[in-house]
Write a protein that binds this ligand. Structure first.
Ligand SMILES: Nc1ncnc2c1ncn2[C@@H]1O[C@H](COP(=O)(O)OP(=O)(O)OP(=O)(O)O)[C@@H](O)[C@H]1O
Ligand SMILES: [Mg+2]
Length: 375
């Protein structure tokens, strides 16, 4: 049995179903990310695990015990809130020690535990400061120290990195992962950032409109998305909408609404005539001059080879993004790794050949909500 079981849980607020028959699980010591767009129910799910909300239906199990209606203070869970929620009138040390005072730890023992927690998040020496005297990243770490100091049985982190700049965000991501694996503590990490979810987690549950539309390892979710929403939400991809056509050479055919015929790899069998979405990662698209030599022996007249034009070039440092038009209505982005700017072979306005392997073009049924018969 999994250490965390969130089983068919729903939460109805007055007139609004915030979490809708959602299920996910994690083994002991794992870190699971809840990922999904704003308002999809991530915080509500977390608050039910913490015990701040009671499920309308369904069950929550932690470590082999059902806790669905157990009060929050009996769960011994460490939580950081989306807005940190530090007490502004308390010093760093008092903020971190708050949960220990509630649990009636002695003064000396508390002091030692607070010092250890602050050292763990590398905030030693800042214990006498107030939250207003800290940077956003430091406040975030105080919140983390406050969550771990009580030696919780599990950690719930609600968008813990969302207010940090890109560099600090990456540093803290590594730090949290290190602390989490050192403490071997089962963790639920909420984010709306799919890249963060892919890098930090052992498992990912993708949420949409209160439902978990797919749960799996980062590799499963990234490489085998089961729904058009997951395919479009996870990864930097081109999305072409149209209608599925007959199978050709083991690939599914598809005609886009703009009239482009392509071949792709169906994630699940898809009936001809069904609304379909083709998903092609930016990194899998090839763009070259129309007369460029055939470097990989691919069939230039084969499927998924098109004429287009470079409209815009975005220089990203170690890669370059070619934004191309394809036909009258489609836009295709290709991201190409470069060693230096001299590798940028194309210019805006160039006519180009655009292609991608059929095996790298996922074709999924284009439904905004999951199928009922799935998984
Ligand atoms: N106490 C409440 N009463 C009524 N509706 C609520 C309550 N809490 C949340 N909701 C609604 O439930 C839905 C899910 O909210 P939730 O905070 O779980 O989303 P979220 O996925 O965490 O979003 P975000 O990424 O913006 O933080 C939203 O539509 C929200 O307005
Ligand atoms: Mg939230």
């Amino acid at each position: 049995m999994n250490w965390l079981e969130f089983r068919n849980v729903s939460k109805q607020f007055s007139g609004h179903l915030a979490v809708d028959d959602a299920s996910f699980s994690a083994q002991e010591g794992e870190i699971i990310c809840l990922v999904g767009p704003s308002g999809c129910g991530k915080t509500t799910a977390l608050r039910m695990i913490a015990g701040f909300e009671t499920p309308t239906s369904g069950e929550i199990w932690l470590g082999g015990h059902e806790v669905s209606t157990l009060p929050a203070h009996k769960r011994n869970i460490g939580i950081t809130f989306q807005n940190y929620a530090l007490f502004p009138h308390m010093t760093v040390a008092a903020n971190v020690g708050f949960g220990l005072r509630m649990r009636k730890f002695g003064r000396e023992e508390s002091r030692a535990k607070v010092a250890a927690a602050l050292a763990m998040v590398r905030l030693d020496g800042l214990d006498a400061r107030y939250p207003s005297q800290l940077s956003g990243g430091q406040q975030q770490r105080v919140a983390l120290a406050r969550a771990i100091v009580i030696e919780p049985v599990m950690l719930l982190l609600d968008e813990p990195l969302s207010n940090l700049d890109a560099m600090l965000r990456e540093e803290m991501r590594v730090e949290i992962k290190e602390i989490q694996s050192r403490l071997k503590i089962t963790t639920v990490f909420v984010t709306h950032d799919q890249e963060e979810a892919l890098t930090i987690s052992d498992r990912i549950a993708v949420m949409q409109a209160g439902q978990v539309v797919q749960e799996g390892t980062p590799v499963e979710v990234f490489e085998r998305p089961q729904h058009s929403f997951v395919a479009s939400f996870i990864g930097q991809s081109n999305l072409l909408r149209g209608v599925a056509a007959a199978e050709v050479d083991g690939h599914v055919g598809m005609r886009t609404h703009s009239g482009i015929d392509l071949h792709g790899r169906p994630i699940k069998p898809i009936e001809p005539g069904t609304p379909a979405l083709a998903v092609i990662r930016h990194s899998r698209v090839r763009v070259e001059k129309p007369d460029s030599p055939d470097s990989d022996g691919s069939d230039k007249a084969g499927p998924n080879v098109f004429s287009g034009r470079v409209e815009l070039i975005n220089y990203l440092g170690d890669s370059v993004q070619y934004v191309c038009s394809l036909g009258d209505a489609e836009r295709i982005i290709a991201t190409v790794a470069i060693a230096n700017a001299a590798d940028i072979a194309l210019a805006a306005g160039d006519d180009v050949r655009i292609s991608w392997p059929a095996g790298d073009c996922l074709v999924v049924a284009d439904a905004s909500m999951p199928d009922q018969d799935d998984d």
